[in-house]
Design a protein. Structure first.
Length: 122
């Protein structure tokens, strides 16, 4: 059966992928759990329920990965049949920092513009 959605990791025009960098710096057990949850997101798309995933603001959503007392978040958005993960971070407060939401929104706008110009091929 073909997957309905496909994961894409946002990469800046300079070639930097913050999601990949974040994952590479996590301990192996946490990284493994995060990768399993990213796979579940790919399989379920927008049907991945709370508390695993939730809408943050507008098109920006979050994937929640909890390991021991640590809370790890991946922000993403849907672009047609693609799930574009903008970046990950460790959540330390009750609310997602505004700077993280703004960063995800900036990356989403950049991604959509670059796809529109043909700079990103999907």
């Amino acid at each position: 059966m073909e997957k309905e959605y496909q994961i894409v990791l946002y990469t800046s025009i300079q070639g930097r992928c913050l999601t990949k960098e974040f994952l590479e710096n996590l301990p192996d057990k946490i990284k493994g759990k995060a990768l399993r949850w990213i796979e579940k997101l790919e399989q379920n798309g927008p049907n991945l329920p709370r508390p695993c995933a939730d809408i943050v603001r507008g098109k920006i959503r979050e994937l929640r990965v909890i390991f021991a007392s640590g809370q790890y978040r991946f922000l993403y958005f849907f672009y047609h049949k693609y799930i574009v993960i903008t970046h990950g971070f460790i959540k330390k407060a009750d609310k997602i920092p505004e700077s993280e939401i703004e960063r995800a929104h900036r990356f989403m706008c950049d991604f959509e513009q670059r796809v529109g110009r043909g700079e990103i091929e999907l």
